[in-house]
Design a protein. Sequence first.
Length: 325
Amino acid sequence: MAGWAIAVHGGAGVDPNLPLDRQEEAKKLLARCLNLGIDALRSDHPAIDVVELVVRELESDPLFNSGRGSALTEDGTVEMEASIMDGPKRRCGAVSGLTTVKNPISLARLVMDKSPHSYLAFSGAEEFARQQGVEMVCNDYFITEENVGMLKLAKEANSILFDYRIPNAGLEKCSASVETPLQMNGLPISVYAPETVGCVVVDSQGRCAAATSTGGLMNKRSGRIGDSPLIGAGTYACGLCGVSCTGEGEAIIRGTLAREVAAVMEYKGMGLQEAVSYVVEERLDEGKAGLIAVSSNGEVACGFNTTGMFRGCATEAGFMEVGIW
């Protein structure tokens, strides 16, 4: 075996005017989560446990758009979604429409391990969470003052906002600089910069796993489901690789982006980075997105067609990197 590898992301699509202190804050969180995963891998924890552990940590910090700090729906509430997949037997679990589950990724793991199903949503998922005894909190726990302000801006602009952390000046600048409005499914949007979180791991036994979690889009329609909980779109893991995607959910869904990485490796014989680059270039049409991936032989790769992607990766051989642009 070539050794373990891990990658984390905090979303693709970064405001070019993001203040330096915010950039440093994001890098510190990514590094902390990366080191948490590295310690677990060095202690021989299996890949599936490591991706859950790392994404739980990301969900618990309000910096990115998952768990605490999730984007708000048009109703001012939080509807979270997540998925997890274990590569060796392609087992998976997914959840959507969560409003009181503190760590959506752990409920997705329980759907995989403790239910006969692969995907539970809304009231059914919440009831399953209660039955499993997971930690539940009031919806207010997930709502930050900053997000309340961004929802107000989104409603005033009558638009979906992708980056709930872009300062007002940045929003105006970005909107003014776009001559042809960016679109999602043919409808105009103000700013493109989503911030889903995810983690992919291959352990020292060559087992791959992937996990993805998000709060969705600011001012999204209540009931909207993105790519993050969809196996093969936002998340995929098999014997060859593990993949977690972030970006324009609708484009990722259309391109079955995560599964496509595995498919071109399997059917075209591509290496990991070649597969990632090919999929980003050829399978997104006009969509904007990014992804992180690991292979069963210890490789790690990332790719994005946005200004940047919050990301970090490390390998057993000693390589470690945290970056945005």
